[in-house]
Ligand binder design. Structure first.
Ligand code: NDP
Length: 699
C-alpha cells in the first residue's frame, strides 16, 4: 500500500491543492482492496480554475505557434518515456497487467509523439489555419472570402473514464494543447492515483506553459456550472452520465461544446469463407480473445458481439473457449504468470456481474467461463472475474444488442446465410445502434464490400482483417491517433478525438471577407491582388534596386516579396529540341497535322514541362545564397497553350513562410504565375523551397 497518499491532490492555478478534513471517496487497489487514498474536490473553487485557464492559460499558450506547441509535446513525450517504470508500478494497482499498462502508458506517450509530428507536418507554423480555397466575391478582385480556424477562447474540460487513466488523458490533452486551448482534466475515481502521478510528472517536466494543464482530483460535479459558450467538454464514460451532462443548461442552451464517447456494443463479423483452418478464422479467434482479456475487457472498443455464420457458431465457440483456457490466468497482475488482472473496482465487478446475470435471464447461455469468483490464490478481496462467453440462440435478443457488460464478456450470435449472409450480418451489427468500431474478418472482397458499406454508417471505424494484414494490423481495439476515429449512435454521437481533426475540434471555423490585403494580414498567407514588393523587369512591375527574394533569408523575407521576369519567346526549334532531349514526342509537340485536329490546341504547342523548366530559368537567382532546395510543386495547372512564336514571363511571390522549430531553415511557398505576351495566364502553381533562417552558408 502507498501510505504517502492520504488525500489525492488537485493541481490548480500552478499549485497542488488538498482538501481539508478527511472526507471524500476511497480509491482502492483493484486486486487487494487496500486503500490508496481518498479523492475529494470539496472546497475547491472550480470557477477560479476555469477563469485561470481562460486567462493565464490562454495567454501563455497564445505566445507559441501551433508548431512550437507541437514540439513541446515531443519534449513531454520524451520526458514521460524516461519515467514509465514509475507509472507501471502505480498502474498495477488499478488491476492492470504489464501488457495492459503498456497499452495505457506507452500508448498515451505514443499519442503525444504522433500529434507532435503530425502537428508540425500538417498544420502551418502560425495560429491561423486556412480552411479551403479563396472565393473571389467581386468582379475586380478587391473583395473575397475564405475560412479560417482559430482556437476557442475558453478551456477544454476533459472528463475521463477509469479504464485508461494515462492514454485517455493524453489523447485529449494533446490536440487541445496543440490548438492552444488550456486543459482542465477530471479523471475517474478508481484510477485517480495513476492520473495524478501522470499530471505530477507533466508538471515536474517544466515543459508546459502556466495554465495549460489543471487537474481536478475529485467528483467536481459542478464543473459545468462554471462553463459557457467559450468552453468545451470532452466526456468519456457511461451513456447515462453523458445524457445527464448533455442536458445541463450550459450545454443545452448555453453553447458549451460537448463531445461524448460512451457505451459501445462493438461487433466482430466473420465471413462465411473464413472456415476453421483458414488464416482468417484464426485471426478472428485471436482478435476476440484479445478484446475480451486486455484490460480485463474494460475497453470502450472491446468486441461485445461476435457475429458469425450460423453453421460456424459451434466451431467459433469451441475455438474461443480453447484459446481462453490455454491463455488466461486471472490474478493480481504483480504475480508471475498472471495474464488477466482485476477489474478496476468492486463496484465495476458487481455491475459487470449484474449485466451478465441479466443476459443469462434474457436468452444468453454460458458457453465458456463462470460467474463464480475465480481462484486467484492468495490475492483475495480484489475485483476478479473469469472471462465469460455467452451463446445467443436467438441473434435478435435485445439484451445482447443493448447491454454493455464492461468486462471480459462477449456474446456469439449466428447469422443465417440467406442472400449470402452479408445483409443478415449487417442487420445484426446495426442492432447495436451505432458503435465505435467493428471488425470484418474475411478474405472475400465481395463479402467485405457488402458488409463494410452496409455497416459503415453505424460505425466510427471498421477494421478489415484478412491473411494479408492479420500480423501487421494494429488490431480491433486500438484507435490510432493518425486517424479520425468516430463513434456515432449509442457510442455518443460524437467522435473519438483522433487525427488532426481533433485539433480542429478545439478551434472555431470562421468565414472572413475582405480585400486581398486584409485577408493576407489576417492569415499570414499572401493573396493574389495584395501588395507586393517586386524585383526584376520594370515593364512587369519590377523596381530598380529591389532585392531578388532568393537573396533573402527567412529573417529578411516577407510575404509579398516578389520577382517579375521579362518575356522569353518560344520557337519551334525549342519545342523540337525539348521533345528530342526528353523523349516526349507526343504528337501535339511534333506532328502539326495531328495537332491541328486537337480541339484544345492551335497546332503544335510547347510542352507544359518546357514552360515550367523555362520559368525556373527565368526566376532563378543562380548564385549561392539562402535558398537551399526546391522540394516540389503544388497545384500545377496549365491554362493557355503556348504556340511557337508566343512568349512567356513569370511572376514569383512569397506566399507563405514557415520557419521550422527544429531546424535552421524553413519552408517557403511561392505563388508562381506564367503569363504570355498578351497577359493571359499560361500556368499557375506553387513552388516549394527550403530557405535558411539566417544567411549563414553563403553569407
Ligand atoms: P461514469 O459515467 O460514471 O464516469 C465517467 C466519468 O464521468 C468519471 O470521471 C466520473 O467521475 C464522471 N462523472 C460521473 N458523473 C458525473 C457528473 N454528474 N458530472 C461530472 N462528471 C461525472 O462511468 P463509469 O466510471 O461507470 O464508467 C463505466 C462505463 O463507461 C462503462 O460501463 C462503459 O460503458 C463506459 N465507458 C465508455 C468508454 C468509451 O470510450 N466509449 C470508455 C470507458 C468507459 P467520478 O469517478 O468522480 O464518478
Amino acid at each position: 500500500m502507498n501510505t504517502t497518499i492520504e488525500m489525492m491532490p488537485s493541481y490548480v492555478q500552478e499549485k497542488w491543492w488538498v482538501p481539508e478534513g478527511s472526507g471524500g471517496t476511497e480509491a482502492l487497489d483493484a486486486s487487494t482492496g487496500e486503500v490508496l487514498g481518498r479523492v475529494s474536490t470539496e472546497g475547491l473553487d472550480l470557477s477560479a480554475a476555469v477563469h485561470y485557464g481562460r486567462t493565464t492559460g490562454q495567454a501563455e499558450l497564445g505566445k507559441l505557434t501551433l508548431h512550437q506547441r507541437a514540439l513541446k509535446l515531443r519534449e513531454l513525450a520524451t520526458y514521460l518515456n524516461g519515467r514509465r517504470e514509475e507509472l507501471y508500478e502505480i498502474s498495477a494497482r488499478t488491476g492492470a497487467t504489464r501488457g495492459d499498462s503498456m497499452v495505457d502508458i506507452d500508448g498515451g506517450i505514443g499519442v503525444l509523439f504522433t500529434y507532435s509530428s503530425k502537428g508540425r507536418r500538417e498544420l502551418p507554423n502560425s495560429n491561423v489555419i486556412v480552411d479551403g480555397p479563396l472565393e473571389v466575391l467581386s468582379k475586380d478582385g478587391s473583395f473575397a472570402g475564405e475560412h479560417i480556424y482559430t482556437r476557442i477562447p475558453g478551456v477544454a474540460v476533459q472528463i475521463n473514464a477509469f479504464n485508461f487513466p494515462v492514454w485517455g488523458m493524453l489523447e485529449k490533452f494533446a490536440p487541445a494543447f496543440i490548438a492552444g486551448v488550456p486543459t482542465v482534466v477530471k479523471p475517474a475515481t478508481p484510477s485517480m492515483e495513476l492520473a495524478v502521478a501522470g499530471v505530477r510528472m507533466m508538471v515536474e517536466s517544466g515543459i508546459l506553459p502556466p495554465g495549460s494543464l489543471q487537474l481536478l482530483s475529485g467528483p467536481a460535479r459542478s464543473i459545468l456550472d462554471a462553463l459557457d459558450y467559450r468552453d468545451m467538454v470532452s466526456f468519456t464514460g457511461s451513456a447515462s452520465t453523458a445524457n445527464l451532462l448533455r442536458a445541463h443548461p450550459n450545454v443545452a442552451a448555453g453553447g458549451v461544446r460537448f463531445n461524448a464517447e460512451t457505451d459501445s456494443l462493438n461487433a466482430a463479423i466473420l465471413g462465411p469463407d473464413a472456415v476453421p483452418g483458414t488464416p482468417e478464422f484464426d485471426a478472428f479467434i485471436r482478435s476476440v480473445v484479445t478484446e475480451m482479456t486486455v484490460k480485463a475487457g474494460q475497453k470502450c472498443t472491446a468486441v461485445r458481439r461476435a457475429i458469425v455464420p450460423e453453421q460456424l457458431k459451434p466451431a467459433v465457440i469451441e475455438a474461443i473457449g480453447a484459446r481462453l483456457a490455454g491463455r488466461v490466468v486471472v490474478g493480481d497482475p504483480r504475480t508471475e504468470g498472471v495474464t488477466m488482472g482485476a477489474l478496476a473496482s468492486l463496484d465495476q465487478l458487481s455491475s459487470v456481474r449484474a449485466a451478465v446475470d441479466t443476459m443469462l435471464h434474457s436468452g444468453g447461455t454460458l458457453a465458456w467461463g463462470t460467474l463464480d469468483a475465480p481462484d486467484v490464490g492468495s490475492a483475495g478481496g480484489g475485483a476478479f472475474m473469469s472471462p465469460v462467453l455467452l451463446d445467443w440462440a436467438d441473434p435478435d435478443s435485445p439484451a445482447v444488442h443493448t447491454l454493455e457488460a464492461f468486462g471480459p464478456v462477449c456474446g456469439v450470435l449466428g447469422f443465417s446465410m440467406h442472400d449470402g449472409g452479408a445483409s443478415e450480418a449487417v442487420r445484426l451489427a446495426a442492432l447495436g445502434a451505432g458503435s465505435l468500431v467493428a471488425t470484418v474478418c474475411t478474405n472475400d472482397p465481395d463479402f467485405a464490400r457488402s458488409v463494410v458499406t452496409g455497416i459503415a454508417g453505424h460505425h466510427g471505424r471498421v477494421l478489415m482483417l484478412n491473411r494479408e494484414d492479420a500480423r501487421s494490423s494494429t488490431g480491433h481495439g486500438s484507435p490510432v491517433p493518425h486517424l479520425v476515429h468516430g463513434g456515432p449512435g449509442r457510442a455518443g454521437g460524437g467522435e473519438e478525438l483522433g487525427g488532426i481533426r481533433s485539433v480542429m475540434h478545439h478551434m472555431q471555423r470562421t468565414a472572413i471577407q475582405g480585400s486581398p490585403n486584409m485577408l493576407t494580414a489576417v492569415t499570414g498567407v499572401w493573396h493574389a491582388g495584395a501588395d507586393r514588393v517586386v524585383a526584376g523587369d520594370p515593364e512587369y512591375g519590377g523596381m530598380e534596386g529591389a532585392v531578388h527574394p532568393f537573396r533573402k533569408s527567412l529573417a529578411e523575407l516577407r510575404i509579398g516579396d516578389a520577382f517579375a521576369s521579362g518575356l522569353r519567346q518560344v520557337t519551334l526549334a525549342d519545342i523540337t529540341a525539348f521533345a528530342q532531349s526528353t523523349g516526349d514526342t507526343f504528337y501535339a509537340h511534333t506532328d502539326p497535322v495531328a495537332a491541328q485536329k486537337n480541339p484544345f490546341f492551335p497546332g503544335i504547342v510547347a510542352h507544359g514541362y518546357l514552360l515550367v523548366s523555362w520559368a525556373a530559368g527565368l526566376f532563378v537567382e543562380p548564385a549561392p545564397g539562402p535558398v537551399l532546395a526546391n522540394y516540389g510543386l503544388e497545384n500545377l495547372r496549365f491554362l493557355t497553350p503556348v504556340a511557337p512564336g508566343d512568349s512567356i514571363r513569370v511572376t514569383l511571390t512569397a506566399k507563405q513562410i514557415s520557419p521550422r522549430v527544429t531546424d535552421d531553415y524553413g519552408e517557403v511557398c511561392w505563388d508562381t504565375v506564367l503569363h504570355n505576351q498578351n497577359g493571359d495566364i499560361v500556368a499557375s502553381y506553387d513552388v516549394l523551397t527550403l530557405v535558411e533562417k539566417e544567411n549563414t552558408l553563403y553569407p
